[in-house]
Design a protein around this ligand. Structure first.
Ligand SMILES: Cc1cc2nc3c(=O)[nH]c(=O)nc-3n(C[C@H](O)[C@H](O)[C@H](O)COP(=O)(O)OP(=O)(O)OC[C@H]3O[C@@H](n4cnc5c(N)ncnc54)[C@H](O)[C@@H]3O)c2cc1C
Length: 480
């Protein structure tokens, strides 16, 4: 990726007079930023203390309190519940699970990895069901997921991926290639192959986060906002595990870390998960004529098969929201808290939008924003609880955490209650992963990896009909 977008590229991006950059995300511009809950009033004791009020923390609190109403549970959130990736994402509630299937199978066998994939599919329905039960209006439509290839190399990769998934828990009806469609319901320009899976829904992410926080609170979970945890301490002899904040220290039988892309800012966690940026843009609502041309009546979530891939949805109010990696990593694990997005990332996403949907290329862009996701050194998510030191965590979902965090929440509930269940036997439970390299290696490494991915995408678009060797090289450097 070029570091500076040319003036011509920047001018080409049509902007709405109401264009905004940052402001957490467009989803909050739509739903309204929430009034802040009070901060932690002072040092206190709880049974369980959860650090981070995103989907992971909130699902864990929700399920735990539901199972054991007598437990006293505190969620400590640095900003407001849903401030992180949970309130900024692409709204793919999908069965996609990040990480190498082979790696999980190495430790637990292939059957266990297949069970994990099936649990992900069930989790899509679980989220939809809880949202219905709790009256959470999150614009949910279960229209499935469509993946498109727009050049021969992408097509080869898509075919390979469908075959691979069918070996790892997707049965033929769970993901399949779409036959050449004479009248496709979703017209994506340049499509040479497409695959479909019914296991996905479109959601409005911030509405889910806000609704979930309210549902947990109704059960009696205490959510404290504007409360940054600086350090998480393990049990030390007779001293209980604790979360230290500027407002006081919360001691608890168990402390759960649910800070995903922000984890590096906690004392002692700098090299744990790499904070990777992901950026999005959204158009103003498109005209009925444009929609007649594009179709997309099924509201399926849409992705492409590029190495630096994009993900998109048709919003409830008829816009296109599209996201991608943008500037994936900043030196020293930096990121813009408020979501302000660099001009070149906006220009790049707009180019992808215009390429896939020429009919929407004149549509003004209303908003751009970014968020951070957590990437473990081996790119494999984990959930873990150690009763001895009293600490647990879940995360490292890379770019697929909307559904995975629900599975994590139910799994942490079972682990906290010392229940041995199908969930606690899944192969992502209890894994330990080594940390990332120190700076500047971390920064140089990620620049090289994404530089190679983008060059590979350009070569594949131009001439190469198979996956570029550059992309394979990037995968090896990344340790995927
Ligand atoms: C732009 C973007 C698009 C994405 N699109 C998708 C998608 O379409 N589908 C999908 O499956 N996944 C997607 N993801 C990933 C997904 O959103 C995340 O994996 C998921 O939301 C992670 O939830 P979480 O609760 O673990 O983390 P977060 O939502 O990031 O929550 C962590 C919380 O911890 C708080 N916190 C951090 N540090 C501290 C501290 N020291 N003390 C107290 N609180 C703290 C933060 O303020 C934050 O609220 C996307 C991510 C981004 C950024």
């Amino acid at each position: 990726m070029k570091l500076v977008a040319s003036a011509a590229e920047m001018r080409a991006v049509p902007r709405s007079p109401h264009f905004r950059n940052g402001g957490v995300s467009f989803w909050y511009r739509q739903a309204g930023l929430p009034a802040r809950r009070p901060a932690l009033p002072g040092s206190a004791d709880y049974d369980v203390c959860i650090v981070g009020g995103g989907y992971t923390g909130l699902w864990t609190a929700y399920y735990l309190k539901k199972a054991r109403p007598d437990l006293r549970i505190a969620v400590l959130e640095r900003e407001f519940a849903g401030f992180g990736a949970s309130g900024r994402n692409g709204g793919w509630l999908s069965a996609e699970f990040a990480g190498s299937r082979e790696r999980y199978a190495e430790s637990h066998g292939k059957g266990a990895m297949i069970a994990l994939q099936r649990a992900m599919m069930a989790s899509v329905d679980e989220v939809i069901e809880v949202a219905r039960e709790e009256g959470i209006e999150a614009d949910i439509v279960k229209g499935g997921m469509r993946l498109v290839a727009t050049n021969p190399a992408q097509k080869a990769r898509l075919l390979e991926e469908v075959g691979h998934l069918q070996e790892w828990g997707y049965w033929p009806e769970d993901i399949y290639l779409l036959e050449h469609d004479h009248e496709p319901r979703l017209r994506v320009d340049g499509t040479v192959a497409a695959a479909y899976s019914p296991h996905a829904a479109r959601i409005q992410p911030a509405k889910l986060a806000l609704g979930l926080a309210a549902a947990a609170e109704r059960l009696g979970v205490e959510v404290f906002e504007d409360t940054a945890v600086t350090e998480i301490r393990p049990r030390d002899g007779a001293t209980a595990p604790a979360a230290v904040t500027e407002h006081g220290t919360v001691s608890a039988e168990h402390v759960i870390r649910a800070t995903e892309g922000f984890t590096a800012s906690l004392n002692g966690q700098r090299r744990q998960w790499l904070p990777m940026n992901s950026s999005m843009i959204v158009t103003e609502p498109l005209s009925p004529e444009t929609w007649k041309h594009i179709g997309w009546e099924g509201r399926e979530v849409l992705g492409d098969a590029a190495h630096a891939y994009v993900y998109a949805q048709r919003t409830a109010d008829d816009r296109i929201a599209i996201g991608g990696r943008g500037v994936p990593y900043r030196f020293g694990s930096g990121h813009d808290d408020n979501g302000a997005t660099q001009p070149q990332a906006i220009a790049e996403l707009w180019r992808a939008l215009a390429r896939l949907f020429p009919a929407a290329s004149e549509a003004p862009i209303a908003h751009a924003w970014s968020g951070v996701l957590g990437v473990p050194r081996d790119w494999c998510p984990t959930v873990r609880l150690d009763h001895a030191d009293g600490l647990g965590w879940a995360g490292g979902y890379v770019g697929s955490g909307v559904t995975t965090s629900n599975l994590a929440g139910r799994t942490l509930r079972d682990l906290l209650l010392r229940r041995e269940t199908e969930l606690t036997r899944l192969p992502w439970v209890g894994r330990r992963v080594r940390g990332w390299e120190p700076e500047p290696l971390r920064w140089v490494g990620t620049q090289v990896i994404y530089g190679l991915y983008r060059t590979a995408d350009r070569r594949e678009a131009d001439r190469v009909s198979h996956t570029s060797t550059l992309a394979r090289m990037a995968g090896r450097i990344a340790g995927r």
